[in-house]
Design a protein around this ligand. Structure first.
Ligand code: ACO
Length: 323
């Protein structure tokens, strides 16, 4: 059977690093509060010349280099983002143009922080369905542009960045030993959309709007949603938490990550953590953490890697991949 195998990975972060202490001058907060409640110590913030498209392009180029491929070898791009350069056209087509791709097709996918998990699951279906042979799946965000910088309950949590993978259709045996995407589970629940949203949009306010979040409410649901889809993936693949080599969760809050790993029975030393360095980068968080996991020498070829994310909508999902 056809498997979607990860051939290359890369990331890109804005030049400017913003430490927690800088927020003490902007809002009524402290470095200590932010570290204690979230585990975040710093985040990268895009400058004027850095956009979702430019960060996404840089991450895509690194993933292509890592795979030893060029844009000519790619026939499709999915960009997961909630902070596109423009309402339309899709930022994915701008990345396609920046990469010099004059063939194939590209589109954006919007599932907020779950965007990359949704996008790689979609990519798997395109590859297994024969619609593409080799794809770029990118998560790129500039959440700093939609933050209310006067709201201490949200502005300290988010950062900007991008991560990308090259996925390729390859023959597999159909078993758990195959490399590639082995199982996935996606969910959403629109009744919860007022918990985390942006208070503007083209069809309602004709503005971009700012991020609003009932943090405590999101926190309350997070662990349950994460374990729900992870357990579904475990059941589909016929494995348990002990079989996992690496857990790469969405990096929103260290407390949510710790509580999810504990409830799932995944050992702390198997969890890739980047929330301290990047904050919550929404759809970029999982591919940024994956890249860090590979660069740190944690994730190696043949490892069983569990990805997970949850975010606005609510949306949530998990993917099991043999690296
Ligand atoms: N500095 C200091 N105090 C603060 C700050 C801050 N930056 N922010 C809030 N507080 C205060 C609150 O006002 C509150 O004060 P009060 O008790 O006088 O009312 C107190 O700290 C405690 O607030 P809580 O909201 O209860 O704090 P909590 O421990 O829940 O932490 C947090 C808040 C970090 C937002 C947490 O709820 C959280 O992580 N929620 C989930 C966020 C998340 O995972 N999002 C993922 C999806 S993101 C996406 O899809 C785009």
């Amino acid at each position: 059977m056809i498997r979607s195998v990860v051939r290359g990975i890369g990331s890109s972060l804005p030049r400017r690093i913003m430490k927690n202490a800088e927020f003490e001058k902007l809002v009524d907060t402290t470095d200590e509060w932010i570290v204690q409640r979230t585990g975040i110590r710093q985040r990268h913030i895009a400058s004027e010349d850095e956009t979702t498209a430019s960060l996404g392009e840089a991450a895509a180029r690194r993933a292509l280099d890592d795979a030893g491929l060029t844009p000519d070898d790619i026939d499709m791009i999915i960009l997961a983002t909630s902070t596109p350069n423009n309402t339309f056209p899709a930022t994915a087509v701008e990345i396609q143009e920046r990469l010099g791709m004059r063939h194939g097709y590209a589109f954006d996918m919007q599932a907020v922080c779950s965007g990359f998990v949704y996008a790689i699951t979609t990519a798997d279906l395109y590859l297994r369905g024969g619609q593409a042979r080799r794809m770029l799946v990118i998560g790129s965000e500039t959440f700093s542009r939609i933050l209310d910088w006067n709201d201490r309950t949200t502005c300290v949590l988010f950062g900007d960045g991008a991560g990308a993978v090259v996925v390729e259709a390859a023959e597999g045996e159909g078993g758990l030993a195959d490399r590639g995407i082995l199982a996935a589970s996606l969910r959403s629940d629109g009744t919860q959309r007022d918990k985390l949203y942006v208070d503007g949009g083209p069809s309602t306010t004709c503005t971009v709007g700012h991020l609003r979040m009932q943090g405590r409410e999101v926190f309350k649901h997070a662990v349950g949603m994460i374990t729900d889809v992870v357990e579904d993936v475990f059941a589909k693949a016929g494995i348990t938490a002990d079989d996992i080599d690496w857990f790469v969760p969405h990096q929103a809050n260290k407390r949510i990550i710790d509580a999810s790993a504990k409830k799932l029975g995944i050992a702390d030393e198997k969890v890739v953590i980047t929330v301290d360095l990047h904050g919550n980068t929404s759809a970029a968080s999982v591919p940024l953490a994956l890249t860090a996991g590979v660069e740190r020498g944690q994730i190696k070829k043949g490892d069983l890697v569990l990805l997970e994310a949850m975010g606005g909508g609510f949306t949530w999902g998990a993917v099991l991949v043999r690296w």
